[in-house]
Write a protein that binds this ligand. Sequence first.
Ligand SMILES: Nc1ncnc2c1ncn2[C@@H]1O[C@H](COP(=O)(O)OP(=O)(O)OP(=O)(O)O)[C@@H](O)[C@H]1O
Ligand SMILES: [Mg+2]
Length: 310
Amino acid sequence: MIVVIGELNVDLIVSGTDVMPEWNREKLVDSFALALGSSSAITACALAGLGCEVQMVSVVGADQFGDYCLEQLRSKGVQTDYITRNPNLQTGVTLSLSTPKDRGLLTYMGSINAVAPEHLPAELLAQARHVHFGSFYLQDGMREHWSGVFQAVRQHGATTSFDTGWDVRNQWHREQIHALIADTDLFIPSEDELLHIYNVDSLEQVWGLLPDNRLGVAVKRGARGAVWSSGPSKELLAVNAFDIVPIDTTGAGDSFNAGIIYGYMAGMRDAELLQFANACGALATLAIGGVGRVSSVQDVELFRSTHALR
Ligand SMILES: Nc1ncnc2c1ncn2[C@@H]1O[C@H](COP(=O)(O)OP(=O)(O)OP(=O)(O)O)[C@@H](O)[C@H]1O
Ligand SMILES: [Mg+2]
């Protein structure tokens, strides 16, 4: 079983070629959708789509958006036994302004940062083969505790992974991330996030700064694909992205995470692993919302065999 510990929120996605608001004006946009948001939740759904048994640990409000998050998770096959309803909190919301090229996000925190160690029963962690969390920077209640959790689960043979997401407060917590990487089998940031964490201009400068005892680091680079650096060998491996025309890139990174986790647990390594994850990321861009299209292993294999790389 895979345990995903993380935030939950809904995404309100406004998409089109021009979604930039102008003060004191009204504009029409091409489309609008309500979707399950949250990096952790989208990765959980993508893992369930790939056939994994997934338990999500989270907190939502006792409101309609909380109901919606639970329904969505269940409909994608994610187990919700460890999701707490807190009547004193509103479920978090992200407003996403999305163009075919990029997107901007406005987030109301609500219950997003409410997960804390008290929500993590030891007996659940003892059953996990893998533990993942997304959104390092949004999960305020867990920030001090990740190393302890990861060390404990690795002691009984489980593997670990995390994604940082963007730091809304622009602090980047380099020392904490740097230390946590040593307890993390699969660290999966985007290139932009990694450059901010290490405060450098290019990936070439990052490799020497990563801890020597690092395990696997998979860096997401959007339409430029992904790079892998594994601790023991320190060799770099870059794989191009698939040549596709994305519809909405929401959740590409989170689906890529699921591809890396699933692939790694299934024994894939190196180029095969990166290509599998790139295909998961690319497939997620072909529908609106992070879980608009949840792919099975067969979907991913078919996509890989019928699409060229850039
Ligand atoms: N335009 C694209 N064309 C082809 N593949 C893409 C494209 N955008 C994303 N992907 C695939 O999805 C992976 C993850 O996307 P990306 O690098 O945008 O993650 P991210 O920055 O974490 O995104 P987010 O957190 O917004 O989902 C990429 O490494 C790539 O394989
Ligand atoms: Mg991301």
